[in-house]
Design a protein around this ligand. Structure first.
Ligand code: GDP
Length: 323
């Protein structure tokens, strides 16, 4: 069994690659919900939806979000009525949010609703929200504290970020199936997908008990760098790193995960960084343009994890030795 930690676009690409080479029951994708928000009366979970649409083969590759067979009557009518249109919602996409909202209001958990909707979309793998409790990423910027979607979509990531917080994380409970999977002796690897560390992966790590369970887990933890040659493939990862006073590099992302990592996959373009990374580094083509790229990178990650399983110093011992 493999656990993949994922945000939206970058994470979903590798999750799709993994889904094509693993048996469906062997992949658990644990997804960030710090981007979730309530908008127009709807409960929206952007990262869960990106992963679900991707695994279902419904993702809009051009836009990088939403569904591919989309129409926009809802948005057009909202615009004509003078309603809020800064967060684009396609007609088919709206149906998912309406149904999720209805079921959440009836008292179902986010994970139960996600599971049911994923099944209806024909997804055989398990997509699990990191928690059923609300966690909301907020950013301190030169325009003050902003809610995540206000920053990300409405202001197009333009404000300069100086700090992040994950409101609700300290009170949230990690999903019990996530913790159980980390403790499962059948677990073969935890893959940290090439997602934005600050807004996609760290909200998951901020939930009490998650880091400890990862440190204690017997399987190797291996991450794929979301930074290639100092740049993000998409989104504000590199911009945020610079604003937070970090070097925008594959190595600085590894340093964020330092105590967790056994292995790290970086691009051939970043070969010069190998020496500075405190994990077993694998060089690969990490830009996933085609479906074959996604599958090939997934294979490289799983092969690297297999090597780590054979050679690994258990995480606890390694850090004890370092002390
Ligand atoms: P978001 O929640 O939609 O922003 O998605 P993620 O956090 O999952 O993904 C954003 C990150 O994915 C960015 O840092 C990108 O650089 C990275 N990314 C996107 N596509 C690729 C790719 O093909 N290869 C790698 N290595 N990273 C990618």
């Amino acid at each position: 069994m493999i656990i993949a930690l994922s945000g939206g676009v970058g994470g979903a690409k590798l999750a799709l690659g993994l889904s094509r080479i693993l048996k469906p029951e062997d992949l658990l994708v644990v997804v960030n919900t710090g981007d979730d928000f309530e908008h127009l009366g709807l409960s929206i979970s952007p990262d869960i939806d990106t992963v679900a649409y991707t695994l279902a083969g419904l993702a809009n590759r051009e836009l990088g979000w939403g569904r591919h067979d989309e129409t926009w009557s809802f948005m057009e009518t909202m615009e004509a009525l003078g309603g809020e249109t800064w967060f684009r919602l396609g007609d088919r996409d709206v149906a998912l949010h309406v149904e999720r909202t209805r079921r959440l209001r009836l008292g179902e958990s986010l994970s139960a609703v996600t599971e049911a909707l994923c099944r209806k979309m024909g997804i055989a793998q398990r997509i699990l929200p990191m928690s059923d409790d609300p966690v909301r990423t907020r950013l301190l910027t030169d325009a003050g504290w902003l809610d995540f979607q206000e920053y990300f979509v409405h202001r197009r990531c333009e404000p300069v970020v100086s700090k992040l917080e994950f409101a609700g994380a300290a009170q949230a409970k990690a999903h019990p199936d996530f913790l159980a999977a980390l403790a499962d002796p059948r677990l073969e690897a935890v893959v940290i997908c090439p997602s934005n560390p600050f807004i996609s992966v760290e909200p998951i790590l901020a939930i009490p008990g998650v880091r400890d369970a990862m440190i204690a887990c017997a399987a190797p933890i291996i991450a794929v760098s979301p930074i290639i040659a100092g740049r993000a493939v998409k989104g504000p990862t590199a911009k945020m790193m610079t604003e937070l006073g970090l070097d925008a590099s594959a190595g600085s992302v590894a340093a964020r995960y330092a105590d967790l990592l056994d292995g790290y996959v970086i691009d051939h373009a970043d070969m010069s960084e190998v020496v500075s990374i405190d994990a077993r580094v694998t060089l690969a083509q990490t830009l996933m343009t085609t479906l074959e790229d996604r599958e090939a990178l997934a294979r490289i990650v799983l092969d690297a994890a297999a090597v780590l399983r054979r050679r690994r110093t258990p995480r606890g011992q390694r850090h004890a030795a370092a002390r």
